[in-house]
Ligand binder design. Structure first.
Ligand SMILES: Cc1cc2nc3c(=O)[nH]c(=O)nc-3n(C[C@H](O)[C@H](O)[C@H](O)COP(=O)(O)OP(=O)(O)OC[C@H]3O[C@@H](n4cnc5c(N)ncnc54)[C@H](O)[C@@H]3O)c2cc1C
Length: 473
């Protein structure tokens, strides 16, 4: 309870509150906000370098989109903490793998999120980790490294003076608190710390074509709420698809729509054409799923309708609308599948992600912002963080480029003791999928941010003054 105090004022549209005292409850070398792949790896690396490290995470475990958000796609380790993580998941028995032998009729199936584009019957390997078990492993790893992880703690603001963050303000069961640090790391996934600290940014969103149809409005790549259904007999689904020649379930969807069993916007056509970010993100014509956790269990995607242009990272109305709509879609999709799709008769919702993942949040401006032209030109940098990488850029119709990223992408403008990481790094819209915001890369950039923070603390300097001359990876 905050009693009205002398100095408070109130009008119809705003209130002014007299200054409040906020206790400084911790003092750390490195303070990381957000425990997704970026923040997790950053905290782990900094702590392993001997820095006292606090991690602030508003949910109940680390892993971000990949645990709390149920995006459990496992990949081969790419080195460093990412490889260690994949090994720890495997050791804990939380990786589940299917192949053409264990899931026939999956390759080339239009319902498959990842394998739809394979030739039917072709060989494939799809591995996923169980998000809940993976979260437990990640909690343990942070404990082992001596990170003070404050779960259930929300970052709300920064206290900034002379181009430095002095403290972050957080809220948790104890109320409003301040945490002091020497170096801060923005692992929020949406550059929230940077924005609050006054770092300039470009809002998410871009000129999503098809060019001929583009109406000039910039819309973010839609975020998504992932959910899991168990008790599915996929052989039964595949048998129906073949028997009734209904590979996309269009006939069942049509029947359900005619019967009033499908709300508007649940199934929407995909957008195709030059420069369109992966078909999966823009449109949702049928069930969109991937095997997960064990036999008969699949994770499903529900994307925000692209046309709505929701900015869930900086607009509470948009965020709330997405949560309401996607829950409704999930409920309707599950009821549709159970009632109409053979193989789903005994299926049930077993988990819904704790939050709607943001794919295209703020793009903070750093000392360098990486653009698609850097990739196209194979630009080299004296402060490259890794050896040249060859990766695919969806924006340029799936073109693979060999490129480098400079350390300056980690250094936000205006603030000397803040490092960016993961999806909060400084990249232009055209470069973000599938490279700059994928799980392995976010873990790698987290590790680099943690390393830079650890070095800065050891040398008693700001991360901006570190001389970066050798690639880390
Ligand atoms: C729906 C979706 C599907 C995706 N699919 C894939 C895929 O198939 N393969 C792939 O490689 N990548 C995928 N990605 C991309 C990848 O998941 C993200 O880019 C990556 O997780 C970003 O890592 P991060 O650590 O920067 O942020 P996040 O994973 O977003 O983690 C941010 C963390 O910060 C916490 N946080 C945020 N704000 C606060 C606050 N105010 N206070 C305290 N804590 C806070 C959050 O709770 C969260 O734990 C997907 C992303 C989304 C959104």
């Amino acid at each position: 309870m905050r009693p009205v105090q002398a100095g408070d004022t109130a009008s119809a549209h705003e209130i002014t509150l007299a200054p409040a005292k906020v206790p400084v409850v911790r003092d750390a070398d490195v303070v990381v906000v957000g425990g997704g792949p970026g923040g997790f790896a950053a905290a782990l690396r900094a702590a392993r370098m001997g820095a006292s490290t606090v991690l602030i995470e508003k949910h109940d475990m680390p892993g971000g989109v990949h645990t709390i958000g149920l995006q459990g796609a496992a990949s081969r380790g790419v080195g460093g903490i990412h490889s260690e993580l994949m090994q720890r998941f495997a050791d804990a028995g939380c990786i589940y793998t299917v192949t053409e032998a264990t899931l026939p009729d999956w390759a080339g199936n239009p319902l498959s999120h990842y394998e739809a584009y394979l030739k039917p019957g072709s060989a494939f390997t799809r591995s996923s980790f169980n998000p809940e078990s993976a979260g437990c492993v990640m909690v343990r790893m942070l404990e082992e490294a001596g990170v003070t992880a404050l779960y259930g703690t929300s970052f709300v603001d920064t206290v900034v003076a002379n181009g430095r963050i002095n403290q972050v303000i957080v809220e948790n069961a104890s109320g409003t608190q301040a945490i002091r640090g020497k170096v801060f790391i923005d692992g929020s996934g949406t550059a929230e710390v940077s924005a609050r600290a006054g770092v300039p940014f470009v809002r998410g969103g871009g000129p999503q074509p098809p060019k001929a149809q583009w109406d000039g409005q910039h819309r973010p790549i839609p975020g998504a709420l992932l959910w899991i259904m168990s008790g599915i007999d996929f052989a039964g689904v595949a048998a129906y698809q073949k028997r009734d020649n209904d590979p996309t379930l269009a006939r069942l969807i049509g029947a359900a729509r005619s019967a009033g069993d499908i709300p508007e916007n649940l199934y929407r056509p995909r957008m195709g054409g030059e420069g369109v970010y992966g078909a999966h993100y823009i449109g949702h014509p049928t069930l969109d799923m991937s095997p997960m956790q064990g036999p008969g269990t699949f994770v499903f995607w529900q994307n925000v309708p692209y046309e709505w242009a929701l900015h869930m990272d900086d607009n509470a109305e948009d965020a709330a609308r997405a949560k309401r709509a996607l829950r409704e879609f999930i409920d309707a999709e599950a009821r549709f599948a159970k009632k109409y799709v053979p193989g789903f008769e005994n299926a049930f919702i077993s988990n819904v992600g704790r939050y709607v993942g943001v794919r295209d949040g703020r793009h903070p401006m750093a000392e360098y912002q990486f653009t698609i032209d850097d990739a196209r030109a194979s630009r080299r940098f004296p402060d490259a963080i890794s050896k040249p990488m060859t990766k695919t850029f969806f924006w340029d119709t799936h073109t693979a480029y060999t490129f480098e990223i400079p350390y300056r992408c980690f250094l936000p403008k205006n603030i000397d003791n803040l490092l960016l990481t993961g999806a909060s790094l400084s990249f232009a819209y055209e470069t973000i999928f599938m490279v700059m915001r994928n799980f392995p890369w976010c873990t790698q950039t987290g590790e680099i941010a943690g390393y830079a923070a650890g070095l800065a603390v050891q040398q008693g300097i700001a991360p901006k003054n570190l001389e970066w001359t050798t690639p880390y990876f």
